[in-house]
Design a protein around this ligand. Structure first.
Ligand code: DC
Length: 233
């Protein structure tokens, strides 16, 4: 039996949109707002690395033990459930959406993500999730590794000081805690950019948006304009 839409030449093509960039550049907000506008699914790939880091913490596994981490990943059920209010992350059936944003998990996610075998496993799952199109997937290597043929690649960047300030405002933190968060962000950034396996870089064909002096609405507007240009081709 044929799918009613598969032969419909007038149906808009469902794009694969990759949004990469460093922590604090505003990827999550833009990806979820853009996905909502387009009626697409927003998949936050970082949540998968975070869920694995949490599993390692729960099981007392070392963030440096690649073989143990791969086994944990293979035996984990990591589900990303897009909801109106953002992504819900389930680990082995448990809602861990809030827990994976905590400091120990943030650091762990950056550390488990340096391992090539862990990345291979993640990339394979992410390709399965986004294969049908109609997806805005965000992370660090979506345009370079997961979907090198993505229809649109955006590299969302912002100056380090701006990214730190945004994090503080987002979490309403100041004083000593703020200094810790800034230091964590810098260290995570350094690790993500310098790791040997798929370091954070803009794909050669990505459109770089530096959002340092742009409002959220302006960034969204620019992203929508890029989508429109793709659809008109
Ligand atoms: O986007 P995030 O801050 O939730 O990601 C958490 C960590 O996961 C980040 O420090 C690096 C890693 N990560 C990655 O290596 N590749 C991705 N596609 C997404 C995240």
């Amino acid at each position: 039996m044929s799918d009613a839409h598969s032969n419909d030449a007038t149906a808009p093509r469902k794009l694969i949109i990759a949004i990469d960039g460093p922590a604090g550049a505003g990827k999550s907000t833009i990806a979820s707002r853009l996905a909502r506008k387009l009626g697409y699914v927003n998949l936050e790939s970082g949540a998968m690395y975070r869920a694995l880091a949490l599993k390692a913490i729960d099981r007392d596994a070392s963030f440096d033990d690649e073989a143990a981490l791969l086994k944990l990943a293979e035996n984990a059920r990591i589900q990303l459930e897009p909801t109106i209010g953002g992504n819900r992350t389930l680990l082995d059936g448990r809602d861990v959406s809030a827990r994976i944003r905590e400091r120990d998990v943030s650091e762990g996610a950056s550390r488990v993500s340096v391992h090539p075998k862990v990345r291979e496993w993640m990339v394979a799952r992410q390709r399965e999730m986004g294969a049908g199109g109609g997806v805005v997937m965000e992370g660090r290597d979506i345009g370079t590794q997961v979907f090198p043929d993505a229809d649109l690649k955006i590299f969302l960047d912002a100056d380090p000081v701006v990214r730190e300030q945004r994090r503080m405002e987002q979490h309403k933190i100041k004083g000593e805690v703020a200094a810790n968060v800034a230091a964590d962000l810098r260290e995570r950034d350094r690790r993500d950019r310098t790791r040997a396996a798929s370091p954070l870089v803009a794909a050669a064909d990505a459109v770089v948006i530096n959002s340092s002096s742009m409002s959220e609405d302006e960034v969204l507007g620019r992203a929508e304009q890029l989508v429109q240009e793709k659809c008109n081709r």
